[in-house]
Design a binder for this molecule. Structure first.
Ligand code: A3P
Length: 288
């Protein structure tokens, strides 16, 4: 319940003080990654929890014991959060680390290491919708305001975690410098099994078909939304109010169509096209 109304300024972006302190951010900035680390990198609401679950299950070869008994923030902690230092394992073996920090802060340390980076990108229109509802439930976030204003702030990067465009472009521009795989939320949605197999290959974890079956089954939205270790129902209502919105809200592609007016959509696309002009990221979603 600490620092619910505090905002941390770091690297030109604002972050919720409930989860971040100057010390935790400094620790993140100085953290030494090592060979075997898997670093899940996302802009919020892009499929972070989903990927934490998939990677957990890849390392357990489909055995759901850890995924159903240890909260995601303990088994794949956020590098920049206050509890990271006390949570991260120092013993041998692969570590799953999560972060929303921008590339300019972390890329130098990652380049020096042999850590593997998994970057997930999601259609920003759906990110904006999901983020809007998250603002409603997260008591340590500022008021979202009405949806049209929220989208404007999102496009201007005037939300916690900064600009979606800067985040995506920054990390995508690291493609030659890092051992990185880029996946989209939408491709995971379209063919989860294929995404799991791609990840197994990237992580160097050969998998039997039956093991992939188990991972695929466990990582379905219907199953994950009932798993208390990932649906955030373990967090008290004073911090995350599930009456306002569920963390595992809809888990669909294209919910933006239920929220954007035609005019908003046109404005969004115009800005998207301008901002992404210098980025050749291939995505399976078009803006429709
Ligand atoms: P919605 O709010 O659109 O439902 P993050 O983990 O990065 O915060 O992202 C949360 C979003 O991912 C939420 O989107 C959530 O429902 C969705 N999500 C989580 N697990 C999922 C799954 N197994 N399948 C599809 N979507 C999932």
């Amino acid at each position: 319940m600490d620092r619910m109304d505090v905002t941390e300024e770091f690297a030109g972006i604002q972050l919720p003080g409930h989860l971040h302190t100057p010390e935790s951010l400094q620790y993140a900035q100085e953290f030494e990654f090592r060979e075997g680390d898997v670093v899940i990198v996302t802009y919020p609401k892009s499929g972070t929890t989903w990927m934490q679950e998939i990677v957990t299950l890849i390392y357990s070869k489909g055995d759901p014991t850890i995924a159903t008994s240890v909260p995601n923030w303990m088994r794949a902690p956020w590098l920049e959060h206050t509890y990271f230092k006390d949570t991260i394992k120092n013993e041998e073996g692969p570590r799953i680390i999560t972060t929303h920090l921008p590339s300019d802060i972390l890329a130098p340390a990652l380049q020096k290491s042999k850590a593997k980076v998994v970057y997930i990108v999601r259609n920003p229109k759906d990110v904006a919708v999901s983020f809007y509802y998250f603002h409603k439930m997260a008591k340590f976030f500022p008021d979202s305001g009405a949806f049209p204003e929220f989208v404007e702030r999102f496009l201007e990067g005037k939300v916690y975690y900064g600009s979606w465009f800067d985040h995506v472009k920054g990390w995508y521009n690291q493609k030659k410098n890092l051992d990185v795989i880029y996946l989209t939320y939408e491709s995971m949605h379209k063919d989860l099994r294929r995404s799991i197999k791609k990840l197994c290959a990237f992580l160097g974890c050969p998998m039997y078909s039956e093991e992939v079956d188990k991972i695929e089954q466990h990582c379905k939205f219907a199953v994950m939304s009932q798993n208390a270790m990932v649906n955030y129902t373990l967090i008290p209502t004073e911090i995350l109010d599930h009456e306002k919105s569920k963390f595992m809200r809809k888990g669909v592609v294209g919910d933006w169509k239920n929220h954007f007016t035609d005019e908003q959509n046109e404005d969004f696309e115009k800005i998207y096209k301008e901002k992404m002009l210098d980025c050749d990221l291939q995505v399976v979603w078009n803006l429709d």
